[in-house]
Every structure is written in structure tokens, then in C-alpha cells.
Design a protein around this ligand. Structure first.
Ligand code: 4NP
Length: 163
């Protein structure tokens, strides 16, 4: 990277890595991943902050996002066609700086998997839970919640990392 080449770390060459986590990785966390990525791009920070998503459960590994989630994202101009579901791995606690959970159950599951000494910040996207549209059917509401949460998360990361 340019910053490394010149012997100092320019803020825009700092790679902050964010992992969004829900249960199945087909509804909420893929929406958070793609919405957050577009918010980061709007701010011109795509090279400084990158993100992925995964689930705590294995039910849907390899599947694309739920078609209702994909449709709501498409309505808002966000393409998620390349996304395939995966499950959280122990190495994620080394590979990511922020692990951002969609609800309190995900948070408990992720914290129970964290290896001793893990430096990743484990947190939730909102102060409360992101409603699970798998059960509510309200994907627009989930889109609004992940949009609000993504903007707040980006502000937090910028503040904490001085970006
Ligand atoms: P997600 O939603 O965790 O937001 O991806 C769910 C997807 C699938 C199931 C539950 C929640 N499921 O039970 O298969």
C-alpha cells in the first residue's frame, strides 16, 4: 500500500475490517454488509474500511441472500448478486477489527466463540435488536434499521480510528 511504501500510515490506506453477523446470513447481515459498503463508498472510504458478513448457524451456507432481502436492496439501488452465505470461523476474530451483531442472541453466540485474547471489538449494530425479517416479513423495516445502524457505525469507526 502507498502508506506503507512511504513509511507512514496515511488514514485512507488504513484497512479497518468489519464483519456483520446474524443467524442465517441470508437476511439481516447481508443487508447490513451491502448497505454499510454503499455508505462507506458514498463517503469515499472504500479503501480504508472493508466489510463482509456471515451467520452463526450453518443452515444456509452457500445460498444467496433471501430473494425478499435482495429485492428490497435492489429497490434501493444496491446489488448483492455475488453474495453467498457463510458461517463465522475462529480466524474471524483475528481477521476483523469490528464484529457487529444484529441481535442479542447473535452477540451472546459470538462472545461465546471468541478465543481468549481476541482483540476484535464485538458489538451490536443498534442499541436494541435489528428485527429479523425471516419472522416479521418486513424487509423494508429491516432495510431502514440497517441503514440507520450503518451510518452510526461509520461515525463510530471514524471517531475511534481517526479516519
Ligand atoms: P437472518 O434470518 O439471521 O437475518 O439471515 C434468518 C434466516 C434463516 C433462519 C432464521 C433467521 N432460519 O431459521 O432458517
Amino acid at each position: 500500500m502507498l502508506g506503507v511504501f512511504y513509511g507512514y500510515l496515511h488514514p485512507l490506506s488504513m484497512d479497518v475490517r468489519v464483519l456483520f453477523v446474524c443467524l442465517g446470513n441470508i437476511c439481516r447481515s447481508p443487508m447490513a454488509e451491502h448497505v454499510f459498503r454503499s455508505v462507506v463508498a458514498e463517503e469515499g472510504l472504500s479503501r480504508a474500511i472493508t466489510c463482509e458478513s456471515c451467520g452463526t448457524a450453518s443452515y444456509h451456507i452457500g445460498e444467496p441472500p433471501d430473494r425478499r432481502a435482495a429485492r428490497v436492496m435492489a429497490v434501493h439501488g444496491i446489488d448483492c448478486s455475488g453474495k453467498r452465505a457463510s458461517r463465522i470461523r475462529p480466524s474471524d476474530f483475528d481477521d476483523f477489527d469490528y464484529i457487529v451483531c444484529m441481535d442479542g442472541y447473535n452477540l451472546d453466540d459470538v462472545l461465546s466463540m471468541a478465543p481468549p485474547g481476541s482483540k476484535a471489538v464485538v458489538t451490536t449494530l443498534l442499541d436494541g435488536d435489528v428485527d429479523d425479517p425471516w419472522y416479521t416479513g418486513d424487509f423494508e423495516r429491516t432495510f431502514r434499521e440497517v441503514s440507520t445502524g450503518s451510518r452510526a457505525l461509520l461515525e463510530r469507526i471514524r471517531r475511534e480510528r481517526g479516519i
